[in-house]
Design a binder for this molecule. Structure first.
Ligand code: ADP
Ligand code: MG
Length: 614
């Protein structure tokens, strides 16, 4: 087995899962990927444990959980790139038997007892221990040192959390779907990843790289059009539902409550998880736990129908998320070419049935082991990146902007330049206008976020464009937002008439928002929708009134116009200016209706006069 790799720099693909991790390698001779099993012939559980004597990783760690719960770490991936104060982290902590404390910059730190001493570790360190284990598994199998690996991360991870390839792309590569596309229009692929504790959906488009269309060698471009999901929805929730159901049944039968007994609950949960897996191919199965509680054995059965019934709302929740991802991508479900199943829980027949019905009976891609698909794709990518492998498909990855990027307009209005989920690289130019006569400098503030008021969003940076020519208000200049393939944003401003320009570059090194914060902000923005609409209505009417003051002032200032106006009309204009500026100065007190009525009045009284003379 190992001989084939002799003298080569082997690169492996690793799927670092929340519950299970998996490693695979590309076999050039056989033109296929091989999954590397651990010594137990399984996928490796993503557990790390610390004892008085040693550190354990994988199944060995998981198997001693019961006797060492405070020092057995799982779910570490959930903490990557998040803050300790993050509400999801706070909620997770309530369920974890191990201790998490706040470290430098509010980073969550895991505190364990190891060899008799307290030790602090961050989530990345735990993950790297699991990666080390995956590497050992691969090295034992290959009998060679492994120096390079492609590690997958969820598609919604930001650049700070990201390493090379995203999970949905890896799954699509595993199916070789990129080979099926041969047009610029591309192929739309929907990835449905229901794992142990998380649910992720992504919409990918694979296209030929435009510059390569007429060349022999074709490069494929993977674009993530949109992602959605639920960070707490997966196999463990289905297990929990079963545990509650059977705890109730046990109570009815035996008049005793096991819910306060962690050991009984744990044993019941293990039995439920096994039964759940069986129900993916059998329509009925048994649960048998000897001496579950107070010496009472628990023998019972469960049908697939019952299992589906107690989880139906969770399954429907999955479908809702599928729908929202399509809405975000502005794509109709009929435009999807392939639906790929990933994650162990996507084996559940009901989930597959609902998904297939949703996509109008389309066949689902499920012939690759769903908990291996990600590792397989990563192995293909790893082989591609390393020397000496020729047959692997050539791919380029593209992502989306997780947030809308915009600029502040008069009245603190957020004007979106690049909207959320736009594929990158992207470049957009908008026209801006000065707001005062002879304005020499324009200040440009760059925001990311979904709120209507600019300052309610995340300020990424600001700069000034100076040297604007002497000109009346509304002099136009250009502002361009460009995000390159590395996610680096450059905002430039350019005034055509004077040739002045300036720009700002916003890189990823500075702390950007985590996926968690992204989700939260989007959710938060939704919650503020009413308030934001009100703000926008008021800001717009104030801007319109301001424009009127400007026009009316110009009318009375202009000698030629003034001559044509009767003194009565001039007085009317002057008093209208005073009334309007008073309303504007006092805007905190002014009701929107009052402002809007005043605007209507100005329009009806002065529209024809202004049009005639100005
Ligand atoms: P993750 O990527 O979140 O670490 P996986 O994709 O490996 O996790 O999925 C693990 C989950 O899949 C577990 O909850 C497990 O119980 C569930 N699972 C595995 N096989 C089956 C099956 N045949 N039927 C139903 N659920 C399954
Ligand atoms: Mg996974």
């Amino acid at each position: 087995m190992a001989k084939k790799f002799q003298g080569r720099d082997v690169a492996v693909g690793i799927d670092l899962g929340t519950t299970y991790s998996c490693v695979a390698v590309w076999q050039d001779e056989q033109n296929r990927v091989e999954i590397i099993h651990n010594d137990q012939g399984n996928k490796t559980t993503s557990f790390v444990a610390f004892t008085d004597h040693e550190r354990l990783i994988g199944d060995a760690a998981k198997n001693q959980t019961a006797t060492n719960p405070q020092n057995t770490i799982f779910d570490a991936k959930r903490l990557i790139g998040r803050k300790f104060n993050d509400s999801d982290v706070q909620n997770d902590m309530k369920l974890w038997p191990f201790k998490v404390i706040s470290g430098l910059n509010d980073k969550p730190v895991i505190s364990v007892k190891y060899k008799g001493q307290e030790k602090h570790l961050c989530a990345e360190e735990i993950s790297s221990m699991i990666l080390t284990k995956m590497r050992e598994i691969a090295e034992t199998f290959l009998q060679l040192p492994v120096k390079n690996a492609v590690v997958t991360v969820p598609a919604y991870f930001n650049d700070y959390q990201r390493k090379i390839i995203n999970e949905p792309t890896a799954a699509a590569i595993a199916y070789g779907l990129e080979k099926r596309t041969n047009s610029v229009r591309g192929r739309n692929i929907f990835i449905f990843d229901l794992g142990g504790g998380t649910f992720d959906v992504s919409l990918l488009t694979i296209k030929d790289k435009v510059s390569d269309l007429f060349k022999k060698k074709k490069e494929k471009v993977f674009q993530v059009k949109a992602t959605s999901g639920n960070t707490h929805l997966g196999g463990e929730d289905f297990d929990n539902r079963m545990v509650n159901y059977f705890a109730e049944e046990f109570k009815k039968k035996n008049k005793v409550d096991i819910t306060g007994n962690p050991r009984a609950l744990r044993r019941l949960r293990t039995a439920c998880e096994r039964a759940k897996r069986t129900l993916s191919f059998a329509v009925v199965t048994t649960i048998e736990v000897d001496s579950l509680f107070e010496g009472i054995d628990f023998f019972t059965t469960i049908t697939r129908t019952k299992f589906e019934e107690i989880n139906m709302d969770l399954f429907n929740e999955c479908l809702k998320i599928v729908e929202s991802c399509l809405t975000d991508a502005k794509m109709d479900k009929s435009a999807i070419h392939d639906v790929v199943l990933v994650g162990g829980s996507s084996r559940i027949p009901k989930v597959q049935q609902l998904l297939q019905e949703f996509f109008a009976g389309k066949d689902l891609c499920k012939n690759i082991n769903p908990d291996e698909a990600v590792a397989i794709g990563a192995a293909v990518q790893a082989a591609l990146l390393s020397e000496g492998f020729k047959k692997v498909p050539n791919v380029v990855l593209q992502d989306v902007a997780p947030f809308s990027l915009g600029i502040d307009s008069l009245g603190d209005i957020m004007t979106v330049v690049i909207s959320r989920n736009t594929s990158i690289p992207v470049k957009k130019t908008i026209k801006r206008a000065t707001i005062r006569d002879n304005q020499a400098t324009a200040n440009i503030k760059v925001y990311e976020g979904e709120r209507a008021r600019a300052s309610d969003n995340n300020l990424l940076g600001s700069f000034a464009l100076s040297g604007l020519p002497s000109a009346p208000r509304s002099h136009l200049f250009e502002v361009c937002y460009a995000i390159d393939e590395n996610g680096i944003l450059t905002v430039s401003a350019y005034d055509r008439s004077s040739g002045s320009m300036n720009e700002i570059t916003i890189t990823n090194n500075k702390e950007r928002l985590s996926s968690q914060e992204i989700e939260e902000m989007i959710r938060e923005a939704e919650g503020y929708r009413f308030k934001d609409e009100k703000f926008l209505r008021k800001a717009n009417v104030m801007n319109a009134l301001d424009e009127w003051v400007y026009k009316l002032r110009n009318a009375v200032k202009n000698k030629d116009v003034k001559l044509k106006l009767s003194s009565q009309v001039t007085d009317k204009i002057i008093s209208a200016i005073t009334k309007t500026t008073n309303l504007l100065d006092d805007n905190q007190q002014s009701e929107i209706d009052v402002l809007e009525n005043h605007l209507k009045e100005l329009e009806s009284v002065f529209q024809h006069i202004i049009r005639k003379f100005v």
